[in-house]
Design a protein. Structure first.
Length: 415
């Protein structure tokens, strides 16, 4: 009898705790945020890039002046006066925690300033990049962490930024390193949460991923012959990524895409669970660049349910800045409907770009250029239950420490 009563009490207590955690997370998600980009790369990134990156040119004589101002109380006071209460700024980019220590210490000082003015701070935390030139000096084991192509080559971030490896999210040592970044961010920098950028994954063909895929297949499909035409998965290899987006009929490729999406969801769950174990009220945001089209699932392993259910906020980074373009209405409604259905809030960082747009000849990205574009982007997010704000406010004007927010018409639009 005592055992039964104790078991019942344990179940009731566990249910109460779970309900309490759900309510706390709902409160974190629903808080009245008004966000701003606040320079989410350390200056070293802009210097190493050797080219302008959305108005920030690391080689310019004024770059350090602009970067210094990002951390100033004058800017915090100015932005807070306009209503901004959530800043997303640099913390961990992938150079290595020790290499980046001076910069995340600057972020810690910025957090103290921001908190004095009622501004919460999310630390930018890069998921998909290892700058091996600096990273290997402090973590030699990282040479085994990159994603592999089908021919065994390391996967690069892109051709221009060849010095950035894409890590395999299934590597336990990489996950442990990212958890270390989370712990330092919450405990030493006193961040209010994180923006996990590039929370997406292309195909990885390393031996670990191949073994995990085979094990997943065997568990999910114990009798493979009727579905796959083979008797076992012991010698299955991961298929090549589709050359173009079209209906997929190959059953193994369908299963492979699902496994990749589930794997990415498991990665997000592990990292976010760990962050909340350290700080239950942490604000957790990620950027899987959703929605971006059919390639979300096939090319980036992004199924929003399996990512969004673990988050408070999700960045919707795409070219769907709201406007009427000819006979088309462009909007972020899909992003906001997904968010409402799954349980997070969308944070648009839309870019006015794409074929058919005024002044655009290709899909390259540009920031909103006029107060009208800015107001519409902010209003659309607010009207649809998302998080309004600006991905442009603290971008550099050039020629000194000036920022877009210094232009009166832009400041007025944000206010």
């Amino acid at each position: 009898m005592k055992t039964a009563i104790c078991s019942l009490l344990i179940l009731l207590t566990a249910g109460h705790v779970m309900a309490g955690e759900a309510a706390r997370q709902a409160d974190v998600t629903a808080a009245p945020y008004y966000w701003s980009w606040w320079g989410w790369e350390p200056l070293e990134h802009n210097i190493r890039l050797g080219a302008p990156s959305y108005t920030v040119d690391g080689s310019a004589w004024w770059a350090a002046k602009w970067y210094d101002r990002l951390h100033s109380e004058e800017l915090v006071r100015k932005m807070a006066k306009l209503g901004v209460n959530l800043a997303v700024t640099h913390y961990y980019k992938g150079f290595g925690l020790e290499f980046e220590r001076p910069q995340w210490q600057r972020t810690a000082a910025f957090v103290r300033l921001a908190h004095r003015h009622g501004v919460k701070v999310l630390g930018y935390c890069q998921c998909a990049s290892i700058y091996y030139e600096t990273f290997l000096a402090e973590e030699p084991r990282a040479k085994d962490w990159p994603q592999r192509s089908m021919d065994g080559a390391f996967q690069k971030y892109n051709e221009a930024q060849y010095y950035r490896w894409r890590p395999c999210f299934n590597h336990p040592e990489f996950r442990a390193y990212l958890k270390r970044a989370v712990r330092i961010g919450l405990k030493e920098v006193n961040l209010d949460g994180f923006n996990f950028d590039n929370c997406l994954s292309g195909p990885c063909y390393c031996d670990r991923c191949t073994a995990l895929f085979r094990a997943w297949l065997a568990k999910r499909y114990p009798e493979p012959l009727p579905l796959f035409g083979i008797s076992s998965f012991n010698h299955v290899r991961q298929p090549p990524a589709p050359a173009k987006l079209e209906p997929i009929h190959n059953p193994l490729m369908r299963a492979w895409i699902r496994w990749r999406c589930e794997s990415l969801g498991g990665f997000v769950k592990e990292i976010t669970d760990y962050a909340r174990s350290l700080r239950p009220d942490a604000i957790l945001m990620a950027n899987p660049a959703h929605p971006c089209g059919a390639g979300d699932i096939v090319m980036r392993s992004v199924w929003p349910v399996w990512i969004g259910r673990h988050l408070n906020l999700m960045i919707a980074e795409n070219a769907n800045t709201p406007e009427i373009a000819g006979d088309l209405m462009v909007s972020q409604v899909r992003a906001h409907k997904n968010a409402a259905a799954i349980g997070y809030r969308a944070v648009p960082t839309t870019w006015a770009s794409g074929p058919g747009r005024e002044g655009a000849t290709d899909a390259s990205m540009r920031l909103p250029q006029t107060p009208t574009e800015m107001r519409l982007q902010i209003a659309e997010a607010a009207a649809n239950g998302g998080v309004p704000g600006a991905n442009w406010a603290t971008r550099a004007l050039g020629g000194g420490n000036g920022m877009w927010i210094d232009r009166p018409e832009f400041s007025e639009a944000l206010g």
